[in-house]
Ligand binder design. Structure first.
Ligand SMILES: [Zn+2]
Length: 456
């Protein structure tokens, strides 16, 4: 009798142990997030799980489910070598993703945390697709790479699955030539909200408009080279896209403008193939003479933006056709390419700052004793800015000469790439146990909603 009792006890404890192991394995498989840190803007509306059914291969995918509008991501900080190109690849599948603002600025994407560099967000329902983020480490020794559902300026709802993570380093190029492209969009056909009312704007550029843009990008090419005193060369292409722009982006300071997400579907095939170093999008948004004045605004250029890491500017035809900003004329304006120069310099200004240089702000010309001239506008200021030749307190200040080498990262930088040992799934039991141990350590570091860090 006693012996049978012992045996039953043994069997029961073995069963309990087996059940416990199965439970641990189930929990591990569903919730183990490798070494990633989870981050959300709002708690309790995002679920982070692993999915063994919706996946691309053997390893379970990483699933973010936002049951309401949120900005959620998991990220990892990796060590990087300064001024080196990096390429992050993953596969993304989405289901029913929509954005709170109804614009294109949020969705599933790869994000370089703390910067605006990211891949173009995916919305709606889409099968697995490969997504690539290219960036330069600039003067940093660490980079945080996030896989995100939401965005820094929008919130998203829906489900995103991420899988097949890969990080490679490449080689910088010493090429002096910057390849510019100017996409001319002769048509816009958009719905906008003005003072709470929805309005429709449908506009087409005139042949004169298109000719002004073509002439000035040509003038820009030779001016930028001579003004930079041959520290750079410029090539350009003009691509006219007759498909209308269907959406505009909005911000408080500038009103409506054309962001990279508004044109991406129409431009990305060209950008990917030709590896441009700076992108202009030329548009007309209002036309006083034609009575189309819904989107009248005071800016004619908008810069310092990026298109998946490439410098990006808007060139806007003046709303008033009597405006001579883009017209060459011996009496009024001998520097009609000024807006192109100005917006490109915003990109160099931004790059120099991101690389850690202390430089004057491009708009601060008056502070350093410069003023707009009748025929040439701020040409002298730009030239001194570009050549670090602004006199200030006994020193010369301006853009550092190296800035002309800080060009955007392209696929061609990865011809001789190598893959980093990061974001790898554990390969054996020892690695699993080590990983779990790191997770337990983290639990003591972030004691917040299920080990979820709150985004700042
Ligand atoms: Zn400006």
């Amino acid at each position: 009798m006693q012996r049978t009792g012992k045996r039953i006890k043994n069997i029961i404890s073995i069963i309990i142990m087996v059940i416990a192991i199965i439970a641990v394995v189930i929990v591990y498989k569903k919730y183990y997030y490798n070494d990633f840190v989870k981050s959300v803007k709002q708690t309790n509306i995002t679920k982070f799980t692993r999915d063994s059914e919706v996946t691309t291969g053997q390893a379970s995918s990483y699933k973010i489910e936002n049951t309401d509008y949120n900005d959620a991501m998991f990220y990892q900080t990796i060590n990087v070598t300064p001024n080196t190109p990096y390429k992050v690849t993953c596969k993304i599948k989405t289901e029913g993703i929509s954005n709170e603002t109804n614009m294109q600025n949020g969705g599933a994407h790869i994000s370089l945390v703390g910067t605006t560099v990211r891949t173009v967000p995916i919305t709606g329902t889409n099968d697995w697709q490969e997504v690539t983020l290219l960036f330069n480490s600039q003067n940093n020794t660490q980079a945080s790479i996030g896989f995100r559902l939401g965005g820094y300026e929008d919130s998203s709802k829906g489900i995103a699955w991420f899988s097949d993570f890969k990080v490679e380093t490449g080689v910088t190029s010493n090429e002096k030539t910057w390849k510019f492209v100017c996409f001319i969009f002769p048509k816009i056909d958009v719905d906008v909200t003005i003072n709470g009312r929805q309005e429709h704007v449908n506009l087409t550029m005139s042949d004169n408009d298109i000719q002004d843009i073509r002439t000035n990008i040509g003038r820009f090419q030779s001016s930028v080279q001579s003004m930079a005193k041959n520290k750079m060369k410029a090539e350009y292409e003009i691509i006219t896209i007759n498909e209308p722009i269907k959406t505009l982006s909005y911000d408080e300071e500038n009103g409506y403008y054309v962001s990279e997400t508004d044109v991406y579907q129409l431009t990305h095939q060209y950008v990917k193939q030709k590896e441009y170093d700076h992108i202009y999008v030329a548009i007309r948004m209002a036309d006083k003479q034609q009575g189309s004045n819904t989107l009248i605004n005071d800016w004619i250029g908008l810069g310092g933006m990026d298109y998946t890491g490439i410098g990006y500017s808007n060139i806007r035809l003046p709303d008033d056709e009597q405006n001579y900003a883009y017209k060459f004329n011996y009496q009024f304006n001998t520097f009609p390419e000024e807006v192109f120069i100005h917006e490109f310099l915003h990109t160099l200004e931004r790059n120099a700052k991101e690389y850690g240089y202390q430089i004057p702000a491009l708009h601060d010309y008056a502070k350093y004793g410069y003023s707009e001239q009748n025929l040439t506008g701020l040409k002298q200021w730009y030239e001194d800015y570009m050549n670090c030749n602004i006199s200030y307190q006994g020193k010369k200040i301006g853009l550092p000469a190296e800035v002309y080498q800080y060009k955007p990262v392209h696929e061609s930088n990865f011809k001789y790439s190598y893959q980093l040992e990061v974001f790898q799934e554990p390969k054996n039991l020892v690695e699993i146990v080590k990983g779990l141990f790191r997770q337990v350590q983290k639990l003591f570091t972030y004691v917040k909603d299920e080990n979820v860090e709150i985004a700042k």
